[in-house]
Design a protein around this ligand. Structure first.
Ligand SMILES: [Zn+2]
Length: 714
């Protein structure tokens, strides 16, 4: 099978088998023939089967590790692979890395060790975690080599390629001492260059570990694909992760298991589609529910406490999640627990089959280049929070980042854009050469930037881009050094002075900008639950809003103006939001994290700023209800646009939406005809100048339309 087999495989499943060997009945009823029959019932094109699990027990007759006793020597991998291939189903082997309890128990030297010198176990102490800097790495590589030599498969999925916690094992200590010098700090401190250097090393070491496994696979099974589970890129918590562009390069396409809502899914699908070696990606989610009260359980910080083994999601949710993935040209993978004795849940396969029966009708029309107006630019170095400084490293798996961190603010900005039907992409350094694909870039509190980013961002603006940046953006380099001024000061048109002492502040609208600030006013300004930076405007910048502070500093509990709140009392003339013109472009700088605030009227201010300052019309717009997500792809080789409308509501099943008007701006293209797919029903549209508009009568979960066009010069 060709290495890019995955680009045409949208329907996938995974059979989850984190099963111990404590009961001889386990695995006894697994029947590979029944399994493959169920895969056919489920209409899947690709299945992911476990070659090992977090138990570390190998599901094949390994010479390197320990084969699961309950299999009694049965080579189920061989049987399943052969039967799947006979039916045209691709096979991915699941391989759990770092989470390997067998290796942890048998090789104490391989254990990940926390700062209190305790071995790290997850999932209620069920899964020991091994350090990628220990000789465990050679064990994992040897097992992958063995799999490559023994079996024929389309790919390997390395689950858990991330750090889990800050490791203080002997191997990490030695590498730290060799490369940075001295002892690993035990307190988080983003103002300490040694701590920041350590984080950069953790990223480097993780990418190196992934490279070892990817290299092993490429060497011994050249035609197969490899993925590393993408948690390092998605969770926003620096401590466990270690994301880097280099780590992303070790996967043929990006994937990860997610448990979030429509916004979370959209954000990460977009992130993955633009940062991997392929624009194809895989969105993995469970077929059941997690019990989501893990915040209460300190010993279980990294994942939900329990999967509801026997529950199956309803058809409408399976459909919405599948459409959400394919509408961005990615695959979906639903994973389902097998019973420990090997029996399988027929209801799941039946229900998935019903969902896939519908969604597969859309597959012939998918693909193309995403047309997006706004790019949310993130980098992983900035996914930190200065408020964490001084705390012991061991506290961190439990802590969420604050709303001001670049990750949280980015997802919040994505929600604002999605609800307003402004198309957006999520981009990283991997897209630095293509920034001009977007007319607007958002830099949400992007603390750390490097020279490459500074150069590319400057070029983007000079060539006519609109850039929005907030708060600390570009004040630090990636080694953690605080600069005297923003590295992008020339673009912002302001110079850094300091930060307000007050943790609660206000953005006061200028009198001439009612169109942007709506009902906010001098007396009733925008409330910011956070500090703002104090900046000095350069000549010629336009000040849209200024900073007001509370009557008293909220930290002073004895002096206050109001018991329940911190009303504005000290109005300054220091800018809160400015606009600067640079070259052919424009730059908006906000001294607070305006885009991080999850209040609708504040979201509207951000959107108004973008609407007012954009230099070109948005490519696609609609007045549809918030739950509808619009996306647009240009299928240039076929001279047509694919227009997707996804209805994915918070409360399911969806309430169908009727009479949605969609407007498309067609610069340089003449519209020919518009059809709904897969029905191929013709849809009327109205042409007005370079735009067309049409009405979608009704959307249950998903509507897709093809607009055939002719280029003006054709
Ligand atoms: Zn270690």
């Amino acid at each position: 099978m060709a290495k890019n087999w995955f680009e045409k495989s949208y329907r996938r499943t995974e059979t989850t088998w984190h099963i111990s060997e404590q009961n001889p009945a386990y695995f006894s009823k697994f029947d590979p023939r029944e399994y493959v029959d169920l895969l056919l019932l489920g209409k899947v094109e690709t299945t992911c089967i476990f070659s090992n699990s977090h138990t570390g027990l190998s599901h094949w007759p390994t010479k390197v590790g320990h084969m699961h006793n309950c299999l009694k020597g049965r080579d189920i991998l061989r049987d399943v692979i052969e039967l799947c291939h006979n039916k045209g189903i691709s096979v991915i082997l699941y391989y759990s890395v770092t989470y390997n309890d067998w290796a942890y128990e048998n090789h104490p030297d391989w254990r990940m060790i926390d700062m209190n010198n305790k071995g790290v176990k997850r999932f209620y102490g069920r899964a020991g975690v091994c350090c990628p800097n220990s000789p465990y790495r050679d064990f994992a590589a040897a097992q992958i080599r063995e799999l490559c030599e023994m079996y024929d498969f389309e790919g390997i999925w390395c689950d858990m390629t991330f750090w889990t916690t800050v490791c203080y094992c002997q191997h990490c200590k030695e590498r730290y001492d060799k490369s940075i010098g001295g002892e690993i700090p035990t307190r988080v401190d983003w103002s300490n260059p040694k701590w920041v250097a350590f984080q950069r090393k953790r990223e480097e070491w993780l990418a190196e570990f992934a490279q070892l496994l990817t290299g092993t696979l490429n060497k011994h099974k050249a035609g197969a694909s490899v993925n590393h589970q993408g948690a390092a890129f998605t969770e926003g918590r620096w401590v466990a992760r270690g994301a880097s562009v280099e780590l992303a390069r070790q996967s043929d396409f990006m994937n990860h298991d997610f448990y979030g809502n429509a916004v979370n899914q959209s954000f990460h699908c977009k992130l993955f589609s633009r940062m991997g070696n392929s624009s194809h990606f895989e969105y993995i989610t469970c077929s059941y529910y997690w019990v989501n009260d893990y915040n209460k359980l300190a010993q279980f910080p990294m994942a939900p406490v329990a999967a509801t083994h026997t529950e199956i999601k309803p058809l409408h949710l399976l459909l919405a999640q599948t459409y959400a993935a394919i509408s961005k040209n990615g695959a979906i993978r639903f994973f389902n627990d097998a019973h420990p004795d090997g029996r399988l849940n027929r209801t799941f396969y039946e229900r998935m089959g019903k969902a896939f029966e519908q969604t597969k009708e859309h597959e012939p029309y998918l693909g193309g280049t995403p047309c997006e107006d706004v790019g949310i630019y993130i980098n992983f170095e900035s996914g930190i929070d200065f408020d964490h400084n001084g705390r012991p490293a061991i506290e961190f798996p439990e802590l969420e980042n604050s709303w001001q961190s670049t990750t949280e603010a980015s997802i919040n900005a994505a929600k604002s854009l999605m609800n307003a039907h402004v198309t957006f992409g999520v981009i990283t350094k991997a897209s630095l050469a293509n920034l001009n694909d977007f007319q607007i870039l958002l830099l949400p509190n992007l603390l750390m930037v490097d020279d490459d980013e500074v150069k590319a961002l400057k070029e983007f603006v000079v060539k006519g881009g609109v850039l929005y940046a907030s708060k600390f953006t570009s004040l630090y380099d990636k080694q953690g050094a605080k600069k005297q001024n923003f590295q992008l000061a020339e673009l912002f048109g302001v110079d850094f002075v300091g930060e307000t002492d007050e943790l609660f502040t206000y953005i006061v609208p200028g009198a001439d900008f009612k169109k942007i600030f709506g009902d906010y006013s001098y007396d009733w300004p925008i409330a910011v639950n956070g500090t703002q930076l104090r900046v000095r405007p350069r000549n010629r910048v336009q000040v849209l809003a200024t900073i007001a502070l509370p009557y008293t500093d909220p930290k002073d509990t004895r002096n206050y103006s109001q018991i329940l709140s911190n009303p504005p009392g000290m109005y300054t003339d220091e800018p809160a939001i400015v606009v600067n013109s640079v070259g052919m472009g424009k730059v908006i700088y906000a001294a607070g994290v305006l885009e991080g605030l999850p209040i609708d009227s504040q979201r509207e201010v951000l959107l108004n700023i973008l609407r007012e300052l954009k230099l070109k019309p948005f490519k696609i717009t609609s007045e549809a209800p918030k739950a509808i997500e619009l996306s647009l792809f240009d299928q240039k080789e076929k001279n047509r646009y694919l227009i997707n409308l996804l209805n994915f509501q918070e409360e399911m099943p969806n309430i169908p939406v009727e009479g949605v008007v969609v407007k498309l701006s067609l610069q340089g293209k003449v519209p020919l005809d518009l059809v709904e797919v897969p029905s191929m029903r013709k849809i009327d549209f109205r042409k007005k100048g370079p735009s067309i508009s049409f009405t979608v009568p009704r959307i249950e979960t998903y509507g897709a339309f093809l607009l055939n066009y002719k280029n003006v010069n054709q």
